[in-house]
Design a protein. Structure first.
Length: 165
């Protein structure tokens, strides 16, 4: 068992409040996509309120900014969920529901196994990524780091993940 897990945060600014009909397609898929994550290999934890998701957790003064955070056993598990599952279909439609980001919107980092990140910590990691670019403190799928803080060959990650059926 690894001594580290991978934390991720992603934020998105909705084009309208979540109860607006323009976001109905996104809201309708939330429970399914969250359940898919919950049952995916390598999933450890996800941020959620009593609603079962994190859309009502405020991380800024902007009421249309929503946050998603989760913890995974490793980079491969998260990559498989994001890019090799039904999650990809929802992600492909994101421009229908969300403003195109102008700064870092997703950050990854390693944390000791058993620890859970806070939303504030996730927002801090996004700020690091924005200021410094990918580092061992905050990185992306395109420029990942291992648990020892060394850059990882991105091509190796893509080759290791088999497409889902």
């Amino acid at each position: 068992m690894s001594r580290f897990h991978l934390a991720q945060i992603n934020v998105a600014r909705a084009l309208a409040p979540l109860d607006d009909p323009r976001l109905a397609g996104f809201v309708e898929r939330l429970d399914d996509i969250n359940a898919l994550a919950d049952h995916s290999p390598g999933f450890v934890w996800r941020l959620q309120s009593d609603s079962g998701n994190a859309t009502d957790i405020q991380v800024s003064d902007d009421p249309n900014l929503i946050v998603n955070m989760s913890v995974w056993e490793d980079l491969d598990a998260l990559f498989a969920y994001v890019y090799r599952s039904d999650h990809l279909q929802v992600m492909a439609q994101r421009r229908r529901w969300f403003v195109k980001p102008t700064s870092a919107f997703m950050a990854l980092w390693w944390l000791p196994a058993g620890e859970l990140p806070s939303a504030a910590e996730g927002m801090r990691r996004l700020a690091i990524l924005d200021r410094q670019g990918p580092t061992a403190e905050a990185f992306t799928f395109k420029a990942p780091f291992d648990t020892a803080g060394r850059p990882v060959d991105r091509g190796a990650l893509v080759r290791q993940v088999e497409p889902c059926a």
